[in-house]
Design a protein around this ligand. Structure first.
Ligand code: 57M
Length: 358
């Protein structure tokens, strides 16, 4: 909105030219997101607490989680607001990628909200049924995939990290592929969200990485120089990613150990889906496995654990997802969290290196 209101003034006042630049608008989108979190955060936490929107802790988990009983949850509302408002303020709203990113973030936030609402307010420990949750995730991702492939006509070629000449075309299969990326990313972030700051830290790092990818992909000269796909208009997603990184950092202020608030499914589902849809639109889909490596590791730990337990009745980890394993080994919570962040940073750097090593 600010872009549309203020940029036209550059004809009379050259200062307003600065609104043309994606870099300038990204910085201010991040700052706006941070400020929104700092301003709204304490109020939201107070409201959630006063309405007793607190977490119920499962009795079969690591014992030290019992002390977290009653911590306000659904803080993801803050994340969604702090991603969407700065994007609406600073991005070019005639850009379709921006609207698809907002649609997916808000849509998955709404699914998470319904789940949290049933669990926390209606006191139904099961929340939304797995079937309802999964079906609605697939429908939303399917709508986004159709828009991306049919309407905007994003190419169905997939970029394989480290191989610049290997770009398989998926044809119509590109639609289920996009659904897989969005739904997979969303659920993987959700599984990771089990320790203070554990999901939001790697989400910030991933948003920062995709901020870079979006900028490069939308810049014809740089994209050609790096021989990565050039997607006209995708550069505007840099602003969305900047808002996401800002919102994540702002939320972390309150979610860092010992957490004053949890994000709930409202936050985890929307953050994961937002990363997934951006990865698709900037044509760096497969490398998300590396950028979001911590989420992948957490999801795989559950898959292996369930498979092993079902087939051999033996557990690979003391408890899955893998962060519980380290908790039960006696590692202090902050140690696990910060080590997972470090792994995320290393993986993000590796992912960025795929721009050159190819
Ligand atoms: C969400 N959420 C937390 C909070 C957060 C298939 C199975 C592996 C699924 C998995 C599961 O349910 N994962 C989804 C994990 C929960 O946090 C809430 O949920 C939101 C995210 N959806 O925002 O609202 C608890 O996590 C802790 N927490 C923090 N800090 C935070 O910032 O400490 C969360 C955010 C909170 C709080 O304690 O209450 C969760 O873990 O429930 N299931 C599991 O993870 C279960 N694992 C399991 O059953 N493993 C078996 C299997 C797979 C064979 C095994 O290994 O044998 C464990 N989860 C729990 N207790 N809580 C089992 C025991």
């Amino acid at each position: 909105m600010l872009y549309h209101l203020l940029f036209p003034l550059h004809v009379e006042y050259s200062f307003f030219n600065v609104f043309r630049y994606i870099t300038f608008r990204t910085i201010y989108a991040s700052i706006t997101a941070l400020l929104l979190c700092f301003i709204l955060g304490p109020w939201l936490i107070r409201e959630l607490s006063s309405h007793q929107i607190g977490q119920t802790i499962r009795r079969d988990g690591p014992e030290r989680h019992l002390a977290k009983e009653g911590t306000p949850t659904m803080g993801g509302l803050l994340i969604v607001i702090a991603v969407v408002i700065p994007t609406l303020l600073w991005a070019n709203l005639s850009n379709p990628y921006i609207w698809i990113a907002i649609f997916v973030t808000v849509g998955y936030g709404a699914i998470g909200f319904l789940d949290d609402f049933k669990k926390v307010i209606r006191k139904d420990p099961k929340g939304l049924s797995a079937k309802a949750k999964f079906t609605s995730q697939i429908i939303l991702a399917g709508m986004a995939a159709t828009l991306i492939y049919m309407d905007i006509g994003i190419q169905d070629k997939v970029s394989i990290p480290f191989f610049k000449k290997l770009n398989p075309r998926l044809g119509i299969l590109y639609i289920p592929f996009i659904i897989l990326v969005i739904v997979g990313a969303s659920n993987a972030v959700n599984l990771t969200d089990g320790l203070d700051g554990l999901a939001v830290g790697p989400s910030i790092i991933a948003a920062g990485t995709y901020m870079l990818f979006a900028y490069l992909t939308g810049h014809v000269k740089i994209a050609n120089y790096l021989q990565i796909p050039y997607v006209p208009g995708a550069g505007e997603l840099t602003i969305f990613c900047g808002a996401m990184a800002g919102a994540g950092i702002g939320f972390l202020w309150f979610n860092t150990y010992p957490a004053q608030v949890f994000m709930g499914d409202t936050g985890s589902l929307s953050l994961g889906a937002a990363l997934g849809v951006v990865a698709v639109m900037v044509k760096q889909e497969i490398v998300l496995v590396l950028v979001g490596g911590v989420f992948v590791m957490e999801a795989l730990s559950v898959i292996f654990q369930v498979f092993s337990y079902k087939t051999t009745r033996k557990r690979i980890f003391r408890m899955a997802p893998v962060h519980h394993h380290f908790e039960l080994k006696g590692w202090a919570e902050p140690k696990i969290i910060v080590r997972f962040w470090i792994i995320s940073i290393i993986l993000a750097l590796l992912a960025i290196s795929t721009l050159k090593i190819r």
